[in-house]
Design a protein around this ligand. Structure first.
Ligand code: CMC
Length: 428
């Protein structure tokens, strides 16, 4: 069947079915309003496809995640974050020459200018680093005012995407350094992307930092796992803001803001805070599971549940395994890991969680690795943003290069007052 029939008001209308390469099916309702006068209503866009995309495939029932056709498991095992960045943005794995050129282009964003660095001194010392990262990206839009889609040739676009990826290492690391009162250090061209990020964050005031390969490898893995996740809240925000042809840096700043909330990327911080609370409370899970199930209590088990995954989140599986190995390699014994495992086991045998198909998501175990590496809790979501940047950029690029894409502008069903006459203030 290649079309769907809708009967409404005595008439029959046909709408085409669009079939994706993985046999996902959608009704194309782009002509619905013009032909029937109706719009769709879909709170939270649960059933709404906002675009056709070739970047990431996700099957929530089977727990499948692939970037450009490559499984997340294989990429984690064999690839690197820099290679994955290239793959997401360009659609193919790079040749040696392409990868080498890409690495050189990334170095173009090694150091933020002194003018941009000055802004960091103005934030309150207790500012959340996600606010600082978002503000810095917005600030950069004032230094790069010509970055609107219409102004960029293909070559300029490619250079500016690399520039932004390069800048992001410092943007994130300096949010931490300014919060902790540490002087900024420059990028180190002898280090690779992930090592350089760690150095920008943890080097002493003279720029000295000894790379621990275990730590660099663990961060590389986490960044790959976070690199894209199709039309989630922040990627959709990037597409929506970018669809008005806003400046690229401003568009990405909006993505960071969307990621910050605890129902999205902010969950990784919320998970550790929850595990600490459970530990302080004596380590029992029942009270917390009961709270999560109580409809009069806003508390939820953070790091659990997903809009799309209804079986397991493949990213959580990989991270849980990495958690054990990273902690043992680093010789860290974190009681939060045992609490998390116990909480997971208790939830997965509880009818409430089983019926609703609630499983640990990417944020459930990632914070335990970040913590073992010495990354402070309020920086966890910044780590997510560093990883997600290539995904946002790829989504933006795909959208602006698609000749059929239009400004994002949903409809609504108005439920407010109908027309009424203005009452002067003394008569109300
Ligand atoms: N703890 C307790 N109950 C939950 C949870 C949870 N973590 N998640 C969902 N539920 C319940 C929810 O109350 C609802 O129950 P009922 O049908 O009785 O009303 C049902 O499960 C469906 O939940 P929903 O809120 O309608 O589902 P959603 O698709 O709108 O929300 C979610 C998805 C991820 C926001 C939600 O599961 C949640 O709040 N999880 C905790 C926050 C979290 O871990 N977020 C990170 C998501 S993964 C990383 C990323 O990509 O951002």
């Amino acid at each position: 069947m290649s079309e769907v029939k809708l009967e409404y008001d005595g008439q029959t209308y046909s709408f085409p079915i669009v079939v994706g390469t993985e046999n996902e099916k959608a009704i194309d309702i782009s002509k619905l309003r013009a032909s029937t006068g109706l719009v769709t209503l879909d709170n939270g866009y649960v059933n709404t496809g906002s675009c056709q995309s070739k970047i990431t495939f996700l099957n929530g029932e089977q727990g499948i995640l692939r970037y450009r056709g490559y499984s997340i498991e294989e990429l984690c095992e064999k690839s690197s974050f820099v290679e994955v960045m290239y793959l997401l943005i360009n659609g193919e794995l790079p040749t040696e020459t392409q990868l080498s050129t890409f690495r050189t282009d990334l170095r173009g964003g090694d150091n933020l200018s002194n003018d941009v660095r000055k802004f960091y001194s103005l934030y309150p010392k207790d500012a959340h680093p996600m606010g600082i990262v978002s503000a810095t990206l917005s600030t950069l839009s004032t230094f790069h005012q010509d970055l609107t889609p219409g102004n960029l040739s293909a070559d300029q676009k490619s250079k500016v995407m690399s520039l932004l990826l390069g800048y992001m290492k410092s943007i994130c690391a300096y949010a931490y350094r300014s919060n902790t009162g540490k002087a900024f250090v420059d990028a180190n061209p002898d280090l690779n992307y992930v090592e350089d990020f760690l150095s920008l964050m943890f080097a002493d005031d003279k720029g000295q930092y000894e790379v621990d390969p275990e730590i660099a490898q663990a961060i590389d893995l986490l960044l790959i796992l976070h690199a894209d996740h199709e039309q989630n809240c922040s990627a959709s925000t990037v597409r929506l803001v970018g669809s008005s042809q806003a400046n690229l840096f401003a568009t990405i700043s909006a993505g960071v803001d969307a990621l910050w909330g605890q129902l999205h990327g902010g969950a990784n911080q919320a998970v550790i805070e929850m595990l600490e609370e459970i530990q302080k409370d004596g380590g029992g899970y029942k009270k917390f599971l009961d709270k999560a199930k109580d409809k009069n209590d806003p508390f939820r088990i953070m790091g659990f549940g997903h809009r799309v995954y209804k079986n397991f989140d493949p990213r959580a599986k990989i991270i849980k395994k990495a958690c054990d190995s990273v902690l043992s390699k680093l010789g860290v014994n974190d009681p939060a890991l045992e609490i998390a495992k116990g909480l997971e086991e208790a939830a997965l045998t509880d009818d409430y969680f089983v019926e609703r198909k609630l499983y640990p998501n990417v944020d459930f175990y990632s914070g335990i690795i970040y913590r073992a590496i010495g990354i402070p809790t309020n920086m966890f979501t910044v780590m997510f943003a560093l990883g997600r940047l290539p995904g946002w950029i790829s989504q933006w690029k795909e959208m602006i290069e698609d000749p059929t894409s239009r400004i994002g502008r949903p409809r609504q069903i108005y439920m407010g007052e109908t027309a009424r006459a203005y009452t002067p203030i003394g008569q109300r």
